[in-house]
Design a protein around this ligand. Structure first.
Ligand SMILES: [Zn+2]
Ligand SMILES: [Zn+2]
Length: 267
């Protein structure tokens, strides 16, 4: 690991805890600010469940603590073999990890919706209408799964390609901010962000909000790519996206854009 990081484990852990708490707090604030900045672009005009924010806060504490511990172990004991810090290698590291995570997360998420594994994932789905605190609100078991993506995946890739510290750092920071802000109950994107081409790179926020409302599709993390390839993309979401952009939030979790009767959520 870089020589400027504390070399003793306790100091490294404390530094990482402080960094992750700060990044989480700033990202949550950003998410709430986005909700304030676009009051006419709410995704769901549905109240939060009783006790939801306390539940989410507890999930965030677990997630941040486990992340700090995992990063400290990975850095201190050299689980990720870092290459020389070159600019091109850092850019390649960032994009390779980002793409690999889309595939990894889709697999993990879809597996957690299997009846045998849904117990891991129910904590996250207590948030039916999402908030910026929903992103990292997961059970300790699901958080361990995320650590496979945040530490295991880069550790594995570093055996086969140059993985730089700054490329890895960018990947983690981007994922944390995107995950938290991406759960805000607001649609700040422009109409162009809803095109089939644009959603190969990043989804509007309504995309994942519909996963929380319906359970049975939209398993992807940042882009619609994996859902599109594997047939788990809701056909009616672009209609709902346009409706929200037109200032009409969804009045029910069961609202649909294709006139079909709402289906009951299942595991
Ligand atoms: Zn979610
Ligand atoms: Zn889910």
């Amino acid at each position: 690991m870089p020589s400027w990081l504390p070399q003793d484990f306790a100091s490294l852990l404390l530094l990482l805890l402080a960094a992750l708490c700060s990044l989480t707090t700033l990202s949550v604030a950003w998410g709430y600010l986005a909700e304030r900045a676009f009051p006419k672009r709410r995704v769901f005009a549905v109240p939060l469940a009783a006790g939801q924010l306390t539940h989410e806060l507890k999930g965030n504490v677990v997630f941040v603590a486990l992340s700090a511990l995992s990063f400290a172990l990975a850095l201190r004991y050299g689980l990720i073999k870092f290459a020389a810090p070159k600019t091109v290698a850092s850019i390649v590291t960032f994009f390779t990890l980002m793409i690999a995570f889309q595939i990894f997360y889709y697999g993990l998420h879809r597996a957690m919706h299997h009846p045998k594994l849904i117990w891991m994932h129910r904590w996250h789905h207590r948030s039916q209408v999402t908030t910026p605190l929903s992103g990292q609100s997961v059970s300790v078991f699901e958080a361990l799964g995320w650590m496979l993506g945040y530490v295991g995946l880069p550790a594995l890739l570093s055996r086969f390609m140059p993985v730089t510290f700054w490329g890895y750092f960018g990947y983690i920071a981007f994922n944390i901010v995107g995950n938290i802000v991406g759960h805000a109950n607001v649609e700040p994107n422009s109409p162009a962000a809803g095109s089939r081409f644009a959603t190969l790179f990043a989804n509007p926020l309504v995309y994942h909000a519909l996963h929380h409302a319906r359970w049975t599709g939209h398993y992807a993390f940042q882009t619609a790519m994996m859902d599109r390839i594997l047939g788990t993309e809701f056909a009616d979401w672009p209609v709902l996206f346009e409706r929200i952009l037109g200032g009409k939030p969804l009045a029910s979790l069961k609202e649909r854009g294709d006139g079909e009767a709402p289906s009951a959520p299942n595991a």
